[in-house]
Design a protein around this ligand. Structure first.
Ligand SMILES: Nc1ncnc2c1ncn2[C@@H]1O[C@H](COP(=O)(O)OP(=O)(O)O)[C@@H](O)[C@H]1O
Ligand SMILES: [Mg+2]
Length: 398
């Protein structure tokens, strides 16, 4: 009787234990699936299979005469482009991946899925679709460049679409759709218009809404989390390059250029200089000012921001009516030097630490402010002096 009871007892506990185990395993599996879903959804990790699917669609369009450009053949047909690998951590674009083209690293990007572009056609009073002719398209692109990017250029179409010459005799409707879609891609336009600037990687060619750019090693892949002296010197070097880049953005354009999505991952190294890798929100000041002060309703200041480009909410009228109040230097000090940790180090002198914090939060009591140019000079002097000292320790004044 006792033995029987014992056996039953063990049977029941084993069952309960098994059930418990089952539930624990079920919960772990569900949590893993949910985490995996979000890791993929937010592009924290990526899968190469996605690239294949996207390229299959693109190459299908190419074979049907719906995608144009000099990237189509090497990407879809002659096998010149190989070893594709997806880039994680991209937030805005539909596709970003690296590849090899004749043994050189390139990055291929596309802004949106096709259905998300503003259509080329409109509907008339008879509810039928109307497409513009080529001259009307040129006018539409010209106006869009002026309003959205502040760009006015002779031979605009040739600048924006170098491959257009290949199709000059036959600009059909599909080609016009392709051109119109590319004109809505901020990064494509910014890079194409600045092909001769050393501040951005060059666009090599495009196919449909996909385009290939030069690979520039992201500085986030340097050893920035190590605090060994030699790694800290390398970080100071990059900070110095970054200030030079900001200087060029301010001085080499008729209207200073603002970078509104600043992250360490968005700065890369190309030919010994730093370049901007994500040009989706890089605009002339006039365009940013118009966007952040566009009169939309607001409750708090951040309702008026364009990513990192900050503005103010008019507390009486509850509208955004103020041009950009911060600047590139303030954003870099805050988001790169401090938040990303590029200049967080025990080797950093305390007065420099104070300066960087002040640069990130200038005139703290007065709210959102731009970092004064004086901070730029002080930081640049410190970086130069520091690097000189490291290179020639014998000249150090004590
Ligand atoms: N030209 C490039 N060379 C090397 N890496 C790049 C290049 N462009 C982008 N990347 C890397 O891919 C990441 C995602 O690209 P990005 O243009 O920022 O996409 P998204 O607009 O979706 O954020 C970047 O943060 C950067 O690390
Ligand atoms: Mg990005």
């Amino acid at each position: 009787m006792r033995v029987n009871f014992k056996r039953k007892f063990f049977k029941i506990t084993r069952l309960v234990f098994h059930k418990k185990c089952f539930f624990v395993v079920l919960i772990i599996c569900s949590l893993s699936m949910i985490s995996l879903f979000y890791l993929l959804q937010w592009n924290i990790i990526c899968l190469n299979i996605d690239i294949e699917n996207r390229l299959n669609i693109l190459c299908n369009e190419y074979s049907q005469g719906k995608a144009f450009g000099r990237l189509c053949e090497p990407l879809c047909n002659n096998g010149e482009i190989s070893a594709l690998s997806c880039e994680s951590m991209h937030k805005g674009k539909f596709a970003v991946f690296t590849a090899l083209w004749n043994n050189s690293l390139i990055v291929i990007k596309s802004h949106r899925i096709k259905s998300e572009y503003i259509p080329l056609q409109w509907t008339n009073s008879n509810s039928s679709e109307v497409y513009p002719n080529y001259q009307e398209l040129v006018e539409m692109v010209t106006q869009s460049m002026l309003v959205n990017f502040g760009i006015q250029k002779e031979n605009l179409m040739d600048h924006l679409y170098p491959f257009l010459g290949d199709y000059k005799h036959e600009v059909n409707r599909e080609l016009m759709i392709n051109l119109w879609q590319l004109s809505q891609d901020n990064e494509y336009v910014t890079l194409m218009i600045n092909q001769h600037s050393h501040l951005f990687p060059k666009i090599l060619s495009s196919c449909g809404t996909f385009y290939a750019v030069e690979y520039a090693k992201p500085i986030s892949r340097l050893n920035i989390y190590s605090d060994r002296p030699e790694d800290f010197y390398a970080r100071i070097h990059q900070a110095k390059f970054m200030l030079e880049l900001l200087d060029d953005l301010h001085t080499t354009f008729p209207d200073p250029v603002h970078v509104c999505d600043v992250k360490l991952e968005h700065f890369g190294l190309l030919n010994g200089r730093q370049v901007l890798l994500d040009a989706d929100t890089v605009f002339p000041k006039t365009v940013v000012d118009r966007s952040v002060g566009d009169g939309r309703e607001c409750r708090k200041h951040s309702d008026c921001d364009l990513f990192d480009c900050r503005s103010l909410c008019n507390k009486v009228l509850h509208v955004c009516d103020t041009p950009t109040v911060n600047n590139n230097l303030q954003i870099v000090c805050q988001k790169v030097f401090l938040d990303s940790g590029l200049l967080i180090s025990r080797h950093l002198p305390s007065d420099m630490n104070r300066l960087i914090k002040e640069c990130a939060n200038p005139y703290l009591s007065q709210g959102r402010q731009a970092a004064p140019v004086q901070f730029h000079y002080e930081l640049a002097n410190f970086f130069n002096e520091f690097l000189r000292m490291v290179a020639h320790p014998e000249n150090t004044v004590v």
